[in-house]
Design a protein around this ligand. Sequence first.
Ligand SMILES: Cc1ncc(C[n+]2csc(CCOP(=O)(O)OP(=O)(O)O)c2C)c(N)n1
Length: 636
Amino acid sequence: MQIQPGKHLKKIKYPADLKQVPEADLHLVCQDLRQYIIDTVSVYGGHFGASLGVVELTVALHYVFETPYDQLIWDVGHQAYGHKILTGRRDNFHTNRLYGGISGFPKRKESEYDAFGVGHSSTSISAGLGMAVGAKIANHDPKQIVAVIGDGAMTGGMAFEAMNHAGDIHSDLLIILNDNCMSIDPNVGALKDYLTDITTSQTYNKVKDEVWNVLGKFSKFGVNVQEIVSKIEGGLKSSLLKHSNLFESLNLRYFGPVDGHDVHHLTRILTDLKQIPGPKILHCITTKGKGFALAEKDQTLWHAPGKFDKITGQIHKKIFDKPQPPKYQDVFGHTLLELARLNPKIVGVTPAMPSGSSMNIMMKEMPERAFDVGIAEQHAVTFSAGMATQGLVPFCNIYSTFMQRAYDQVIHDVCLQDLQVVFCLDRAGFAGADGPTHHGAYDIAYMRCIPNMTIASPMNEEELRNLMYSAQFHKGPFTIRYPRGEGVMPNWQTKFEAIEIGKGRMVKSGTDVAIISIGHIGNLALQAANELEEEGVSVALFDARFAKPLDKNLLHDIFSTFDRVITIEDGCLMGGFGSAILEFAADHQYTSKIKRLGIPDEVVEHGEQMELYRDCGYDVAGIKTAVVGISEYIRV
Ligand SMILES: Cc1ncc(C[n+]2csc(CCOP(=O)(O)OP(=O)(O)O)c2C)c(N)n1
């Protein structure tokens, strides 16, 4: 279904069209753009509140700057829907996040207006600084580089590493801090309090207003703004601001706070800022979900609500006539609380994903034992390591894809010291519509090579519970990976039972081919094996449960019985679980034919998880084809 743009947006396909609009009418474009986002996301789903909050900023930026020559970097990129719509993708926007459609995040391959590919947070200032320096060294004509970063993303260490550098080398870079006091959940940390303080501090704002008044007065007369700012900085501003403003202390010129929903004011400020050299930051105050009352009210729910009725605000939920299996994340959340009630040493850590990981269940009952540390995966890991040295048992929940950030911390701070930290990696395997920046493809491969690490993955809810239960008694680092979405057991609240570390199990017996799977994907293998049985091919299925240590006894049994073996994992083939099985077979001189199914060595785009399994040959049909293929191969 093609969504119809309003009459002001209709005329705009590219920023060049936007520039034809009289400045006085920009708020009308904003109205239409906001409505277009509401109309489309309500029907097709996707991120919602963040894009609504930056409508005015998006319009002002494309109005003032010469994109794509001037470069605009959106941190995380979930707020860039307006940007996509104004940069040639309006008529394609209904394919956002769908298989074969446009990406939900800025992506260099998709558009020249997407200056930098994003999805993970806190990269925009580093990338922008690199662009500014690179453009200069490459002798490009002067260009403006703008990084838009949220207050949530600003809690990430990389943002500070980049500001520290920017303030030192004085490259031309405009940072726009989009401050809506929200991450996905309410933003946390001392920085959040600081931002609120500078927004409300009277002394500070008085000085700042004077700076702006002077600036405004002069720029109207066409006086060189750059000169004026230096003069003001030399006097009034610098002494007070430098000592009272965090950004000024880092040698970034600080402007604001300004109302991020006043498109006319924003346009004027951005025009002025274009003339000010060096690194500078414009602090914009916005409301996440702006213009859609329910989204303004419950900003966490409306971060990415799914499809909804735009009139009533009713979020569409599938209705089932029988109980459904829960999401793995909820099994994690409830189980963690259950375990924490029994074991006072258990603590929980999440980097900014309380609701996404369901850690919020424990946070609600035990706020003193469960921590949201901000978008700070590296810190989350080392903070957990620190608590482990005190004899606690931290369950540190990080999405598989975001754990990539904290790799050195896992090695250096946890594994080399053999500390007991339980890493629960959510969204392991294909993430679905969020696409390649979010697929949890690599964790088995990157964890497997680290000494002391144990890696397990449950095939169902009961296994997740039992792995979590067992991990609390294991003295050393322990990774449990599980996918996005639902499991298979509507009655999931099973009694805890210890699982022996490194012990796999047979799920189904058979004689022709052995499948060894790891994790939830084993359920598709089971379905394939059952169907094949009826078609006359006898397939045995083994649930390895552990990628490390491997169940050597089970593997010796399998390789001495079967000359055709298939491995299946929802993870990368290179270095993954199948590779571990190949290593085992080679090390023990087994000559069985082995076929590995998993994620190939390429960037797999976004789509429904099932569509991606299909493309990579490990949906039910793909598994059956692989079994038949390996059987025929032997016959030849
Ligand atoms: C490294 C990393 N960790 C976690 C996330 C998940 N995540 C996506 S958006 C978001 C909140 C960002 O907050 P903010 O920057 O303030 O933007 P807002 O949504 O409020 O506009 C988080 C935690 C991520 N994208 N990258």
